[in-house]
Design a protein around this ligand. Structure first.
Ligand code: TLP
Length: 340
């Protein structure tokens, strides 16, 4: 099988497995797991934030950030196509009791004036705005790198209105590797950030949320409330340390592979996408002569797994589990399917 469904399918490297075997551990609910503590310190430093906390998933990281920043009955500004709005099972409404305020971004980018216009004035009839959420890279926009300038202008207006900004940076390292902009520059435009280890970085489990010390202190209480306090979590955190040490630079290979795939598919009739819009490891294509489901199932018959991202969108994601020859096979399969 060639698995292009997601970069979440990545398997731990031998070095990660060795580190997991040898990890020195303790009870992390007491703050006594040295491996978790080291991971959190490394992550806070890389993110340019005061403190960081290890959580079990990106979804938990985003949700704890929302719970910590907001209060029930308030409104959270986010992109209509964001992961938080689409793929977290409405948990921000269920747990935080917030009302999402989805805005129509342009390919993952929220124009700053649109965001500012959505901030509620102080009026007893209205839900007070409590948070702005951003996402970089942007998943449903096809792994798009959101420009630093856009983030800067949103952060500036958030500061003006005394609002926190949370960055869903599940793939923030992809954004940084692709653009040459440092992670710290991106995170300087947000109060808090969540990033994932279990995507292109290849570690088996976990995410980090990072932010100011008082935010992380409160976030720890939310993690506990949600049952996310883990005990000897150093076993899995050890793999995340290896990911930070060895797996960031290689994301460039995934980006080059997606470029190869995009160039190979761009010449084919029967699918539509703009190869110039491919920034990182995600490619979205729109089949024009069949549905997304049909295209996916034709590819599956040829042992190629892809993801459906809406009725007319198929997502192909590269990761360390696929190489150039897999992508050449994929291009050949598309040719067969589309030309009958
Ligand atoms: N994304 C998954 C699916 O949930 C769609 C994927 O295969 O891409 N933020 C962003 C931007 C994400 O893409 C994801 C996962 C998350 C948050 C949530 O991370 P997990 O899966 O660890 O909860």
């Amino acid at each position: 099988m060639i698995d292009l469904r997601s970069d979440t399918i990545t398997l731990p490297t031998p070095e990660m497995r060795k580190a997991m075997c040898e990890a020195v551990v303790g009870d992390d609910v007491y703050g006594e797991d040295p491996t978790v503590n080291r991971l959190q310190e490394m992550s806070a430093e890389i993110m340019g934030k005061e403190a960081a906390m290890y959580v079990s998933s990106g979804t938990m990281g985003n949700q704890i950030a929302i719970l910590t920043h907001t209060r029930p009955g308030s409104e959270v500004i986010m992109d209509l196509d964001s992961h938080i709005y689409n793929y977290e099972a409405a948990s921000a409404s269920v747990f935080a009791g917030i009302q999402p305020r989805p805005l129509n971004g342009v390919k993952g980018v929220l124009p700053a004036d649109l965001v500012e216009g959505a901030i509620r004035p102080d009026d007893v009839h209205l839900p007070p705005t409590s948070l702005i959420c951003l996402e970089n890279t942007h998943n449903r926009a096809g792994g798009k790198v959101v420009p630093l300038e856009n983030m800067k202008s949103i952060y500036a207006l958030a500061c003006k209105h005394n609002l926190p900004v949370h960055l869903d940076g599940a793939r923030i390292f992809n954004a940084s590797i692709a653009s040459g902009v440092s992670v710290k520059e991106y995170t300087s435009c947000s109060t808090s950030v969540q990033f994932c280890f279990s995507k292109g970085l290849g570690a088996p489990v976990g995410s980090i949320i990072a932010g100011p010390l008082d935010f992380i202190t409160e976030a720890k209480r939310w993690r506990k409330r949600l049952g996310g306090g883990m005990r000897q979590a150093g076993i899995i955190a050890a793999a995340c340390i290896v990911a930070l040490e060895t797996m960031i630079e290689r994301l460039a290979d995934d980006h080059a592979n997606t470029r190869l795939l995009a160039d190979g598919l761009a010449v084919l009739k029967g699918i539509d996408f703009n190869p110039a819009e491919v920034d990182t490891n995600i490619l979205l294509v729109k089949p024009t002569s069949m549905s997304a489901h049909q295209l996916c199932s034709e590819l599956k018959k040829r042992d190629i797994l892809t993801g459906v991202m809406g009725p007319d969108k198929v997502r192909l994601t590269t990761s360390k589990e696929v190489d150039r020859s897999d992508l050449e096979i994929t291009i050949k399969a598309f040719k067969e399917i589309l030309t009958g």
